[in-house]
Design a binder for this molecule. Structure first.
Ligand code: FAD
Length: 272
């Protein structure tokens, strides 16, 4: 197995242009997926690339560098709109996993149960990808993840940053994850919700091939009045766009029921 650890971005992009690599962040998805299965390509370890790690305020929002870990998210000084992302960060595996695993790796792995995706969806996250041939482009996270383990990334591209626009950083948010136990568990269903003045964002994970926003529910919540009970506002019909599977962890119907319950709990946690 060959592993190369470039020091700067242009070196990494030039290497990517030359041949196919497995990009390596924390390796917490990549290595377990290759137990007793050799790597088809050499590894390009991105963790030494200067400037790729860090969560920063920008002129028009926030930027999460590609090698930023879940622990970096937990420790970052961020407004309450990011509370759902921080809560998800604390639920990714264990502390050891959170110290190594990156946010970018979570979205690039494109698992339907990736805990980071719903909290990023409610922040209108965009993914910045770069190649040496074409420079940088940004794509909305909801378009970047295209299926189970499928993304919009081309072989000569890497994710460089995740961008959160200024106007999505308003309001308060929360994240509720249901697993078969409390700790170190793959989600059966998860919900991230953000409420601001006259605005609502709700996303469900592990209930469809790709995590998705619940647009009809968001419209109802945006028009909420003081005193409205979330248990009345959130109705089963709002989950009709989800298409969960039956598997060893839960039936499809259980996942739908759980998604509604998790949504009500997430909204109650935020408060009106
Ligand atoms: C014990 C254990 C528990 C876990 N628990 C959870 C959990 O509770 N919730 C959860 O969501 N996940 C969980 N995971 C999965 C994993 O930790 C996360 O998905 C993590 O965020 C992956 O990040 P990474 O940096 O380790 O990715 P890696 O394994 O390094 O990479 C994952 C994929 O992304 C690609 N990639 C990485 N960085 C880039 C980049 N910059 N540009 C383009 N492609 C890139 C890689 O090529 C690979 O295909 C768990 C894993 C383990 C081993």
């Amino acid at each position: 197995m060959r592993l190369t650890r470039p020091r700067d971005l242009s070196e990494a992009l030039d290497l990517l242009a030359d041949q196919t690599w497995h990009l390596l962040g924390g390796g917490t998805d990549l290595y377990p997926a290759h137990v007793e299965r050799p790597f088809a390509h050499p590894l390009l370890d991105l963790t030494g690339v200067t400037g790729l790690r860090g969560i920063r305020r920008t002129l028009d929002g926030w930027s999460i560098g590609a090698t930023s870990t879940w622990t970096d998210v937990v420790r970052a000084d961020l407004p309450p709109a990011f509370d759902a992302l921080k809560a998800a960060a604390r639920e990714v595996g264990s502390i050891q996993i959170q110290n190594a695993a990156t946010v970018a790796g979570n979205i690039c792995n494109a698992s339907p149960a990736a805990d980071g995706v719903p909290p990023l969806l409610i922040l209108d996250a965009e993914v910045e990808v770069a190649s040496s041939a074409r420079g940088s482009r940004t794509v909305a996270l909801q378009d970047f993840i295209q299926g189970n383990r499928v993304t919009d990334r081309k072989p000569d591209e890497m994710v460089t940053r995740i961008l959160i626009p200024e106007n999505a950083g308003t309001g308060r948010s929360s994240f509720v994850k249901l697993g078969s136990r409390k700790y170190l568990v793959i989600s059966i269903a998860m919900i991230a919700a953000r409420l601001a003045d006259g605005e609502a964002a709700v996303a469900a994970g592990a209930c469809s091939v790709v995590a998705r926003r619940l647009a009809r529910l968001e419209t109802v919540l945006a028009r909420r009045q003081p005193g409205d009970a979330f248990s009345d506002l959130v109705q089963p019909v709002h989950f009709d766009d989800l298409s969960p599977i039956d598997d060893v962890r839960a039936s499809a119907q259980y996942r739908i029921d759980a998604a509604r319950t998790c949504t009500i709990r997430a909204l109650e946690e935020i408060g009106s």
